[in-house]
Design a binder for this molecule. Structure first.
Ligand code: GDP
Ligand code: MG
Length: 172
């Protein structure tokens, strides 16, 4: 049976590849300080409590110029539509909510994708309240995580598994 697929989506530089690496447990993706520097489509099989899913870093479309932002995001959404049971939508708690996040949210909603909203770069708990504004995106409260500090990484994997478990019950 095919594994459920979970796609990481979000505007450049929010930490998609870093989060992917943190969850996958090794440095597979290319992570650079420059926005959109990840080059390859990357996937890994993730296991927790004998549950498995395939995690995809969809941001791997080469260097993103500001004029390519829209197609960069559209590519990610297309990939998610074609392959993913669930999307991890990543925003950046340090930048706060920006218009491009709203555009990503709109595209995800338009395509009826299942979304877990994650506020990355929440390296310390005192930053967590800043995530409140992301509820405006319409996917509930964001789960605060830090790819760098491995904060709430396991909780995120548990949330993913819970979602996939509930979904599999719904299937005939
Ligand atoms: P992507 O373009 O969304 O794949 O983002 P990257 O994973 O390439 O990360 C972009 C930048 O954000 C890099 O400089 C990372 O080191 C930094 N970054 C990623 N995750 C975190 C985090 O949890 N905390 C902090 N402080 N920086 C992070
Ligand atoms: Mg990347």
């Amino acid at each position: 049976m095919a594994l459920p697929v979970v796609a990481i989506v979000g505007r450049p530089n929010v930490g998609k590849s870093s989060l992917f690496n943190a969850i996958a447990g090794e440095m597979i993706s290319i992570v650079e300080p420059t926005a959109g520097v990840t080059r390859d489509r990357i996937s890994a099989i993730i296991e927790r409590n004998e549950r498995f899913f395939e995690l995809i870093d969809t941001g791997g479309y080469g260097i993103v110029d500001s004029d390519q932002l829209k197609s960069h995001i559209e590519n990610q959404i297309q990939q998610a539509i074609h392959s993913a049971d669930l999307v991890i939508f990543v925003v950046d708690i340090r930048d706060g909510l920006v218009p491009l996040d709203e555009q990503v949210a709109q595209m995800l909603r338009k395509n009826n994708l299942n979304v877990i909203l994650v506020a990355n770069k929440a390296d310390e708990a005192p930053m967590f309240p800043r995530a409140g504004e992301f509820a405006k995106l319409g996917f509930g409260n964001a789960l605060c995580v830090s790819a760098t500090n491995n904060l709430n990484k396991q909780l995120l994997v548990e949330k993913v598994n819970e979602f996939l478990k509930d979904r599999s019950k719904e299937r005939p």
